[in-house]
Design a binder for this molecule. Structure first.
Ligand SMILES: *[C@@H]1O[C@H](CO)[C@@H](O)[C@H](O)[C@H]1NC(C)=O
Ligand SMILES: *[C@@H]1O[C@H](CO)[C@@H](O)[C@H](O)[C@H]1NC(C)=O
Ligand SMILES: *[C@@H]1O[C@H](CO)[C@@H](O)[C@H](O)[C@H]1NC(C)=O
Length: 325
């Protein structure tokens, strides 16, 4: 690597040593002591070590479509949890039907309609899922590649492409493209009046009264100790940021802080990015892997898929995090 870039990188790291965790990543399973191994759907204990998830190490209770991200099924005759490829019609709950959209483990896409999980068919449904079909004033349709909003008139400017992108009329009455993940500076213009713009902004970002701008969340924006708890989500940047109250302020947790944390704080603030090492009694930063991808080399097209599923991955990540903490 070019020395200049290297130097810049170091500078950057040195200046910005507060800790921000990419939501889409997590500790590699081998980083966990078996005592703290998170279990399905990400990790398994192979008898002695915490390893990346495998059906065969999963007991009957967790060998469900939901707990294994639709990868495994319990075999009554062998009394074991086996690799399995589900058909949409075999998935009986909304969550596991929706789980198909994660896409990295399954090639098929399903939709939930009339309380049933069915193979995706964008031509047949009116109330289609905006993450699997396109939607426009004319109803549902196939996904649209490279959505170009400028080619639509204000009258036809209500379209989603099935990848999470959509077209809306902006303040200047032009048809404009908005991506799946919100962008703070664009949130305001999507609302008709100031009051709703501010609350829309505050849903994902932070509305700064002084500058009158919608900006990404930071710990320092929290002024009450009781609200400075554990972490904040910076959804537009797909990060969670651990926050800690000290010196009468809400601060971002630094790498130095982590070095001093005990087991409890290590999990409280380290979430799925730091883990406790009983052998050294230290809170250790992990090597990370993509949260939903076991082996990226198995899936050459995963980049585009990953993008397509940005929002659903986020939903799952948030849901999963909620169940872990
Ligand atoms: C479990 O995984 C570890 C590390 O990969 C390996 O050394 C060990 O042999 C495995 N044990 C079993 C029972 O598969
Ligand atoms: C269960 O295992 C048996 C024996 O290996 C196999 O023949 C059968 O197809 C399996 N059942 C299912 C539902 O996969
Ligand atoms: C089950 O799937 C895992 C992960 O893809 C793979 O490593 C393993 O070899 C498979 N096992 C069988 C018995 O096919």
């Amino acid at each position: 690597m070019n020395r200049h870039i290297l130097l810049l990188l170091f500078l950057f790291v040195a200046l910005d040593n507060c800790v921000k965790f990419p939501i889409k990543q997590r500790c590699q399973c081998s980083e966990y002591d078996t005592l703290f191994c998170p279990g399905p759907p990400f990790c398994s204990i192979n008898g002695s070590n915490c390893e990346e998830f495998q059906c065969k190490y999963t007991n009957e209770l967790y060998c469900t479509p939901f707990d294994t991200l639709n990868r495994c099924k319990w075999n009554q005759s062998t009394n074991s949890c086996e690799n399995y490829t589900y058909q949409c019609t075999e998935l009986t709950t909304y969550q596991s039907c929706l789980g198909q959209f994660i896409g990295v483990y399954q090639e098929i896409e399903c939709m939930w309609q009339d309380n049933q999980c069915k193979p995706q068919d964008c031509t047949q449904i009116n109330n289609c899922d905006s993450l699997s079909c396109s939607m426009s004033t004319q109803g549902c349709g196939k996904k649209i590649e490279n959505l170009d909003c400028s080619s639509y008139t204000p009258e036809t400017c209500y379209i989603t492409d099935g990848y999470g992108n959509s077209c809306h009329i902006d303040k200047d009455l032009k048809c404009k493209k908005y991506s799946a993940l919100p962008i703070c500076s664009e949130l305001e213009e999507q609302m008709p009046d100031k009051q709703s713009a501010i609350s829309f902004c505050n849903g994902f970002c932070y509305y700064d009264i002084n500058s009158q701008q919608c900006i990404p969340k930071e710990c320092s924006q929290i002024t009450q100790e009781s609200e400075c708890t554990n972490y904040i989500y910076d959804i537009p940047n797909e990060l969670f940021i651990p926050c800690i109250w000290s010196n009468s302020k809400c601060n971002e947790v630094s790498e130095k802080d982590f070095e001093t944390f005990d087991l409890h704080k290590c999990f409280q603030f380290g979430m799925t990015h730091y883990t406790w090492q009983p052998s050294t009694s230290k809170c250790k930063q992990c090597s990370l892997v993509d949260r939903f991808k076991q082996n990226p080399s198995e899936n050459p097209n995963s980049d585009s898929k990953d993008q397509n599923n940005g929002i659903s991955i986020l939903q799952w990540a948030l849901m999963w995090i909620a169940t872990q903490i």
